[in-house]
Design a protein around this ligand. Structure first.
Ligand code: FCB
Length: 417
């Protein structure tokens, strides 16, 4: 084996996504947010986004400068398979170059197969609600697993619960359906099966690599503690958003099935946990979700920071029985004091969880740079590095250097180096 077990060290890094790699002015055959233009705030268009596709080396070098050892990014399915059964070898070669550059900088590449976007030709055939698309998915994963080298950390799907909830429940992401519960359940079943297939295909080709799923945990609380209906709804949202995926991984059972799917149970080597916030459930809000109560501090995306929720999330996913890597945590803000306080509060919760014996193996900040934040457009500023979108110039924010020092004092678990 060429590389050592990546879960044997503390993974400490940053993430970016496929959507930052290319935009609609580069290609027009992929399915993305311009298909729902009115859903994107201020009418922003992703365009080249951060142009990670061309500027990846600069972003990787910055992560190295910040003292990190892990770089998480994702592949764009439609770039690799632009038409059914057609492989673009130059795209594969380009992704291999990104991976190898990460290695040259002595960082561990963590590669995600699916991060929200679908090829247009898959979307036109019903996207995740159409079970037949799973054959195309398997084809894609076989191509990746059989070709891309030097990766020891794979993520199958980024936040199945978020992409499907946004697409079939809130309608904020393509295909833009609201309250489509049957669509939600069907798509969740298929995307979880897709995860299971991907796990086993990757394992077959690359038995030494570690393969995870990336799952967002959001806590749902009743807006009014005494409200019976809001308590009930909070439980419903928790089931739909959090529990369906956890149950599938623990037992192999999909929603609406009692019969477990044998290849799903335990189909991860580590659990990638994304954590940002909590939500309140309120009958009167559109979509039942209130992000904040009046007078609560909120971020640029209207979220209330809730650091203890990260430790609770670690506790919650422990039952899946695998090591946990925090694959995303971060804050959109223009105020570096807020960014620093947010990160510090969350790192402390991770340290506490480790001291309490929870098996956490890493922390990855979202995101290395400012980014095109899906339906939120360009306004939210998550980056450790600021991007000037007129020139695409990168400028590190002072929190990045504070974080470099902070991580030197981080209390790692004793069993890893
Ligand atoms: C997660 C996504 C990531 C980004 C952050 C803020 O849900 O995985 O692409 O949108 O939230």
């Amino acid at each position: 084996m060429k590389y050592s077990d990546p879960l044997g060290k503390w993974l400490w890094g940053v993430a970016t996504s496929a959507h930052q790699s290319e935009g609609n002015n580069v290609r027009n055959d992929w399915y993305h947010f311009e298909m729902l233009p009115r859903r994107i705030k201020r009418g922003d268009k992703s365009g080249k986004a951060t142009d990670f596709w061309n500027r990846f080396e600069e972003d990787i070098r910055l992560a190295k400068d910040f003292g990190m050892n892990t770089f998480r990014f994702s592949l764009e399915w439609s770039r690799i398979i632009p038409k059914p059964d057609v492989v673009d070898n130059s795209a594969l070669a380009h992704y291999q170059k990104i991976i190898d550059t990460i290695r040259e900088y002595k960082l561990e590449p963590m590669v995600t197969l699916h991060h929200f976007t679908l090829p247009k030709w898959i979307a036109n055939e019903g996207g995740w609600v159409n079970k037949r698309n799973l054959d195309h998915w398997k084809f894609y994963v076989n191509v990746i697993a059989g070709n891309l080298e030097n990766v020891m950390l794979w993520n199958t799907i980024n936040e199945p619960n978020v992409v499907i909830a946004m697409g079939y429940f809130t309608g904020m992401f393509p295909p833009g359906n609201s309250f489509d519960v049957p669509g939600y359940v069907k798509a969740m079943r298929n995307i979880l099966l897709a995860h299971g297939f991907a796990y086993h295909i990757l394992k077959k080709y690359q038995p030494h690599s570690k393969i995870g799923i990336v799952k967002n945990i959001t806590w749902f609380y009743p807006y009014r503690r005494w409200s019976f209906t809001e308590n009930l709804l909070a439980g419903f949202f928790d089931y739909m958003f959090n529990e369906i995926t956890l149950r599938a991984l623990k037992t192999g059972k999909l929603p609406l099935s009692l019969q477990p799917v044998s290849f799903l149970k335990g189909s991860i080597d580590f659990f990638g946990l994304n954590y940002y916030t909590k939500s309140y459930v309120r009958i009167v809000e559109p979509g039942f979700i209130a992000m904040a109560k009046p007078h609560e501090f909120t971020t640029q995306m209207g979220q209330v920071p809730y650091p203890e929720g990260l430790r609770l999330a670690i506790k919650r996913v422990r039952d899946v029985g695998k090591p946990i890597v925090i694959t995303e945590n971060g804050v959109p803000t223009l105020d570096e004091n807020v960014r620093k306080a947010y990160i510090e509060a969350h790192l402390r919760e991770v340290e506490k969880a480790i001291q309490e014996g929870y098996d956490v193996r890493g922390y990855i900040y979202w995101s290395i740079t400012d980014n095109f934040e899906w339906a939120e457009g360009f306004e939210p500023r998550f980056g450790l590095v600021e991007i000037d979108y007129a020139t695409l110039e990168r400028k590190p924010r002072k929190t990045a250097f504070w974080l470099k020092e902070r991580m030197k004092n981080f209390r790692y678990p004793r069993n890893i180096s």
